[in-house]
Design a protein around this ligand. Structure first.
Ligand code: FES
Ligand SMILES: [Fe+2]
Length: 436
């Protein structure tokens, strides 16, 4: 069967609340994703707080390296491709300076990508117009301090984020701004879409894959309560997941996210900074976790977890699943702090984060083991056309909701993965599939 027919058939299977297993890690998809998905979306690359004047960073759109610079307050993006022979202009992930110089023949650019010169250029380029020798630019924009870039999107960033801005505001617009750590990065042998499936709406696995946390008194205090979830479907393949019961069912939990215990001033600040609806949603549903997944491969998590038998500590992280190959993904995690966050809370958040999450944390390896097995099965058995059941909550109706999108409260609704894959296939479909 041609790839085009397979993609069309997959779209039909999604309508039955099933996901073809091959969609996760079939080898034929990787090049297609680079060409038709990642080059067309607005990709998250970092936060304005990571830049001082003259800082430049190497970041990625899908698996394509890009250079992000800051010059005179303006953040700009370029492909990390030298216009001379196509070599990478920078090798380092972060640097500081007034110029960028390609290591191959020494073409040199300023931070706005303009060609400044090359060794012995006077003789070599005598009479040649060098004005077109600049670095290849890409579009860069920010929303609430988050930096997004696109190679070739038809939409504005505003249109691309759509209703997801409501939820981004809650984490990135509730205070005087955020300060990001440098990213923690680690490579796992999984396809990036198995992580999306988890972050966009799966809290069911807490009871099983992470069940041991409850037994040893780590993580969330009452794992059973986390099975009461609110799954929000946001147009554009985005999704949000709130775990824990809402304030209607369990009013006594300090909401949002135990901040009233650790930092009541943030809640007061957020009342002013957020719209009434945004604040109400955060306060009502922000119990243990508020996870947002921005299409296609970025997530954020404002979660409250417990270590050392203390009340849960609120932590804010931003995530990126950088595809390296069909079978490898680099997980990026930034720990973020609201400006003026008290030092004791910062210390607690760092400690809680390091002990539970990331490369050395005790929680995420549970998930990675599952994602590895999904990836392996998907790639080995792609010819069998196996269909996975995403029937959880399929007969549920949306609940009355103060925010945008459709809220499915309780019942572990599994539909967010379906809507992610529908959007994913919208990008992949098209006549050019015949040529691939
Ligand atoms: S490839 Fe960059 S200077 Fe030649
Ligand atoms: Fe998990």
């Amino acid at each position: 069967m041609s790839l085009k027919s397979k993609v069309r058939e997959a779209a039909q299977i999604l309508k039955e609340n099933q996901v073809p297993l091959w969609l996760f890690a079939d080898d034929s998809l990787f090049t297609l994703e680079r060409k038709k998905l990642f080059s067309k979306v607005w990709a998250f690359v970092g936060h304005v707080s990571e830049f001082d004047e003259w800082t430049y960073l190497q970041r990625y759109i899908g698996d394509v390296p890009v250079i992000i610079t800051k010059h005179q307050g303006k953040i700009m993006g370029f492909l990390n491709v030298c216009p001379h022979r196509g070599a990478k202009i920078i090798r380092e992930d972060v640097g500081k300076g007034e110029i960028l110089r390609c290591p191959y023949h020494g073409w040199t650019f300023n931070m706005e990508g303009k060609f400044l010169g090359a060794p012995m250029q006077r003789g070599i380029y005598q009479g040649v117009d060098t004005s077109s020798f600049g670095m290849f630019p890409i579009r860069c924009e920010t929303y609430k301090g988050l930096v997004f870039c696109t190679i070739d999107s038809n939409a504005t960033l505003d249109e691309f984020l759509g209703d997801m801005k409501f939820f981004i505001d809650i984490v990135a617009g509730r205070s005087e701004g955020l300060v990001f750590s440098s990213p923690q990065r680690w490579i796992v042998r999984v396809n990036w879409k198995t992580i999306v499936d988890n972050f966009i709406g799966d809290s069911w696995h807490f009871l099983t894959a992470h069940g041991w946390l409850g037994e040893v008194g780590l993580g969330i205090q009452d794992l059973k309560l986390t099975s009461i979830t609110g799954v929000i479907r946001v147009k554009g393949g985005h999704g949000v997941l709130f775990t824990g019961p809402s304030a209607d069912d369990y009013p006594d939990i300090p909401r949002p996210l135990f901040y009233p215990l650790w930092w009541p001033n943030l809640v007061e600040k957020a009342k002013v900074k957020l719209t009434q609806r945004e604040f109400d949603v955060w306060k009502k549903y922000g119990t243990y976790e508020m996870l947002g997944h921005v299409f296609p491969n970025m997530a954020f998590g404002n979660v409250a977890y417990t270590i050392d038998s203390e009340p849960p500590v609120p932590i804010l992280t931003f995530r990126l699943w950088r595809p390296i190959s069909t079978f490898e993904t680099e997980i990026w995690t930034w720990l973020a702090f609201d400006k003026d966050e008290p030092e004791n809370l910062k210390k607690k958040a760092i400690d809680t984060f390091l002990r539970l999450f990331g490369a050395a944390g005790s929680v995420e390896h549970d998930d990675v083991a599952m994602w590895e097995s999904m990836t392996e099965n998907s790639s080995k058995l792609s010819s069998l056309n196996l269909k996975l059941k995403y029937y959880g909550g399929m007969n549920q109706s949306p609940t009355q909701f103060e925010g945008p999108g459709e809220l499915y409260y309780g019942g572990n609704n599994e539909g967010n993965t379906i809507s992610f894959f529908k959007e994913y296939l919208n990008y992949l479909e098209g006549e050019e599939l015949d040529d691939m």
